[in-house]
Write a protein that binds this ligand. Sequence first.
Ligand SMILES: [Zn+2]
Ligand SMILES: [Zn+2]
Ligand SMILES: [Zn+2]
Ligand SMILES: [Zn+2]
Length: 200
Amino acid sequence: MPHRDSERRRVYERERHRRRVEERRAMGLCIKCGKDRPAPGRSLCDSCLERSRAAERARYERARLEGAAYGGRDPESRRRMARERSRRRRRERTEAGLCTTCGERKPVEGGAVCETCCEERRVAERELYAERRARGLCGRCGAEVIDEASTCASCAARDMKRRPRKNAASRARYHRRRASRLCVDCGAHADAGVRCASCA
Ligand SMILES: [Zn+2]
Ligand SMILES: [Zn+2]
Ligand SMILES: [Zn+2]
Ligand SMILES: [Zn+2]
């Protein structure tokens, strides 16, 4: 039975992991990497501690982006408290001149979040987007899409409102190219017309 086999395998892996942890602890090594000495009073070394903090932050950030309550663990009733708590923490960190996400590093110039947290957030967003697209959902909000589009109707509508800026930029480019007798599509030299021979 495949199910029984995987169950047995899990039990075996768990036991092996437990044994390895005990051995490392007995040797006075970080129980995670088994290479460095643990930080004072901890069972992990400094770099493993930092890595696990980063992983926790990334997990939390992902859950937040997906709209789950508090890391996807707590029931609905705790949401409000959690929101209140995080708002207070954000304010305290801002006042202390620290990143609102990690509370450890200085935020980037003119921002509220440090470079590291920014990057983590970008990674989480990219992953979430790719995951949604892979499931055939809107990459932006996770809603259903029509005909394999990359965004749902409401995200597309929101995009339309932002369009004008882009249109202004492309209009400006059009006129610049026209004035320099360049192809308005590709910017190559255009002899007589608005477009070059290959774009015409
Ligand atoms: Zn370690
Ligand atoms: Zn940070
Ligand atoms: Zn959407
Ligand atoms: Zn062209």
